[in-house]
Design a protein around this ligand. Structure first.
Ligand code: ADP
Length: 713
């Protein structure tokens, strides 16, 4: 540190010495010329150290010079001129030196200020600023460098910089780049702290040159970016995880940059469109030269999530696209798109719409009045037929309560029916009277069906007003018919009795006459008797059927031997069979049943006599009875004319006959099988026939062995 007082003393000493010397030489020795030159020594020193203040020294010394030489001025008149001259020069010189020194001091002060400022900047910089010379030796090391490297400036200045890098060759590489390029920008590298801890830094460097432009070193500005790098790693990891998720998604996924570059495609999409990563999306997917008009990049890259449908003509598939912005590591946005193949859904939707249209068309054009009834009983939908039935237009019907159309008398019943129907009870149909707009009453048959899974019902209404009128007529007709039927039965009863009455004396007298007659007359009387008996049989049958119809026939149950009954019947009919050279054989186990003996015998008689009648000369008739546990099974088979197949279902009907010469000849009425059927039915059994036309016929029936109740039905 300079001591200003020393300088001052020195100047004052020189000044005093000069003044004393001048006094000595002029006053004591009378020398007048030499000493002013010595005055320049304190003058120079003052000029350098005290700048303009040197003028005071010059003034003082000039005054001393003039004073000490003044006595001599009388001796030498030229001396005054020379003294004044030299004094003036002295003052001028002092002024110049002072001025120059002042200027230089100002420049130096400015320089110092700049230097201090730079030092402050370097010291207070958050970035590490390090100066390394051409040999790689550290020349400067600021506070920020100290902070994150752990080394103080004193520890590192003068040492080689390569020890700071995780890779020792990095120091040379950086130097080479800066020498070659003149600078290094945003270079990322790893340095090691004093504790040997790796720190990621971002370094920029510039070449430092001397005044002549010769490189003398490099100045390096670096920043600890460990946190940023860790963050980046995390983002990278997340992105990798995201990619893993995207890979395993069942939907197609791709990511495109803001420049439409395909950055990522998952497997689903690669399988669909091939690997297009690295391509431009509008080229690879749409074969275009510019972005597609429907592209959503702009919206998505401003942060919006967009959903839209895209149909790929190439694949003939429809995709539901969800596009959303995705933040990249460097802060930019890309677009993430999820492709969901909805072709199947679309197809189903179309089919559904088609079906819906079809159903609507059916709903609309059906001749039944249809309407949809909501839970609050309002009508939400109605078809044309409902419009014409109710007399209201669809617009007028909307929101109307459907019970408004029900006649007051039916209202509660229909309401109960609807409630029951909703609960799944009640019958499908409900009859009620509908009041249409013009007050006309219509009888309707309504079917209310709850719509499965919904709180509404669909009602279909059929106008049965005409039907109802016809029903009335029909009922009247039926009543009349029943009356007539009753009359018919009564008539039949009376008529049969009346018809039977004259037959008894005819048959009686004929049988009395027969032994008394001979020859032809005897033959005539036999025929009379035979015809009368046939007529009696026919009347009996008609009477029996009339009784059945009038429900006047009851079973007279008893236990008896079925085999015995069958045997007796065959025995009675055998003469008829023999007359046609037919054989009757029977297989009948000893079997007791509980049934109406007389009617059981009548069943077998009818079937066997039919078999005899419709079988030619020398034919065969087989009767068989089988014990089948709770039932008996019996059949009568013959080798007769058979029955055409189309007649089989009808031969048990009354008066039904197959028109053959035999039937015509036999004069039958077609009542025998009807009686068989009724008797079997009364016993709770079943009868049926099978046949092969021209070859055989077989009549079978079953009957319970034990009759617990009276009658089958
Ligand atoms: P019918 O008194 O006329 O015989 P049925 O009711 O007993 O009346 O029989 C109805 C019809 O069934 C007969 O007209 C006949 O054509 C046919 N038929 C009944 N039994 C036989 C049979 N065993 N073979 C062929 N046809 C038969």
């Amino acid at each position: 540190m300079e001591q200003p007082n020393v300088k001052g003393l020195l100047i004052l000493s020189f000044t005093a010495a000069c003044a004393l010397l001048a006094f000595y030489l002029s006053v004591i020795k009378n020398v007048t010329v030499v000493y002013p030159h010595l005055f320049y020594i304190p003058l120079m020193l003052a000029g350098v150290w005290y700048r303009k203040k040197a003028i005071y020294i010059a003034l003082f010394l000039s005054a001393v010079y003039i004073l000490v030489t003044y006595p001599l001025w009388v001796l030498d008149p030229d001396l005054s001129v020379s003294v004044l001259e030299r004094s003036a020069i002295l003052i001028v010189v002092a002024y110049i030196i002072g001025f120059v020194s002042e200027k230089r001091a100002q420049v130096e002060a400015e320089l110092k200020e700049t230097k201090d400022y730079l030092d402050d900047v370097i010291t207070s910089s958050a970035d590490a600023i390090v100066v390394v010379d051409m040999a790689g030796i550290v020349q400067s090391w600021n506070k920020a460098a100290e902070d994150y490297m752990g080394y103080t400036a004193a520890e590192v200045i003068g040492t080689h910089n390569k020890k700071f890098f995780a890779d020792p060759e990095e120091a040379e590489r950086i130097m080479a780049i800066v020498l070659r390029e003149g600078e290094l920008k945003n270079h990322r590298t790893v340095v090691l702290t004093k504790d040997n801890k790796p720190v990621y830094i971002n370094m920029s460097a510039a070449l430092l040159k001397d005044k002549k432009g010769v490189p003398v070193g490099t100045v390096r500005v670096s920043r600890d970016i460990t946190k940023e790098v860790e963050l980046e790693e995390k983002i990278k990891e997340r992105r990798n995880n995201l990619n893993l998720i995207l890979e395993s998604m069942p939907d197609g996924v791709y990511i495109v940059s803001k420049d439409y570059d395909v950055e990522f495609m998952n497997k689903v999409l690669i399988d669909e469109f091939g690997d297009q990563v690295g391509g431009v999306c509008y080229k690879v997917f749409h074969n275009r030269e510019a972005p597609c008009p429907r592209c959503k990049n702009t919206e998505v890259l401003t942060g919006e999530t967009v959903r839209w449908e895209w149909h790929s003509r190439r694949k003939n598939k429809t995709y539901d696209l969800v596009e959303t912005p995705l933040k990249n590591i460097n802060g930019t946005l890309s677009k993430l798109t999820i492709f969901r193949d909805i072709s199947e859904r679309k197809r189903m939707e179309e089919e559904l719409n088609e079906a819906k249209e079809q159903y609507m068309a059916i709903f609309e054009h059906t001749l039944t009045a249809l309407c949809v009834i909501e839970q609050d009983k309002t009508i939400s939908l109605a078809n044309k037929e409902f419009e014409s039935m109710s007399g209201y237009s669809r617009e007028e019907l909307a929101g109307k309560n459907w019970t408004d159309f029900i006649e007051a008398g039916d209202s509660e019943r229909v309401r109960n029916y609807c409630d029951e129907r909703r609960k799944g009870g009640a019958e499908a149909c409900c009859l009620f009277t509908l009041v249409s707009r013009d007050g006309a009453l219509k009888y309707v048959n309504a079917m209310i069906e709850p719509v499965p899974g919904e709180n509404r019902c669909i009602a279909s209404l059929l106008d049965i007003t005409e039907l109802k009128k016809n029903e009335e007529k029909l009922r009247e007709t039926i009543e009349k018919l029943a009356e007539l039927d009753k009359m018919k039965l009564e008539f039949l009863n009376v008529a049969s009795h009346e018809m039977r009455s004259p037959l008894s004396p005819i048959i009686g007298y004929a049988s009395l006459l027969e032994p008394k007659l001979t020859g032809r007359e005897r033959g005539y009387i036999r025929r009379i008797e035979k015809c009368a008996r046939e007529l009696e049989e026919m009347i009996n049958r008609m009477l029996e059927l009339a009784r059945i119809d009038g429900r006047k026939v009851e079973l007279n149950l008893e236990e008896f031997s079925l085999s015995e009954v069958v045997r007796k019947v065959i025995k009675n009919l055998e003469p008829e069979a023999k007359a046609k050279s037919q054989t009757i054989s029977s297989v009948t186990p000893e079997l007791k049943i509980q049934a109406d003996k007389q009617k059981t015998a009548a069943i077998f008689t009818n079937l066997i006599s039919n078999a005899i009648r419709y079988t030619g000369e020398g034919g065969r008739i087989d009767v068989m009875v089988e014990d089948r546990g709770e039932d008996i099974y019996a059949c009568v088979a013959d080798t007769g004319i058979g029955i055409p197949e189309e007649h089989l279902p009808k031969i048990f009907e009354r008066f039904y006959m197959v028109d053959t010469s035999l039937t015509r000849k036999s004069g039958s009425l077609g009542l025998g099988l009807s009686i068989v059927k009724e008797y079997v039915k009364l016993h709770g059994g079943r009868v049926w026939a099978t046949s092969d036309l021209g070859k055989w016929s077989k009549f079978s029936f079953t009957m319970p062995k034990g009759q617990l109740t009276n009658g089958g039905e």
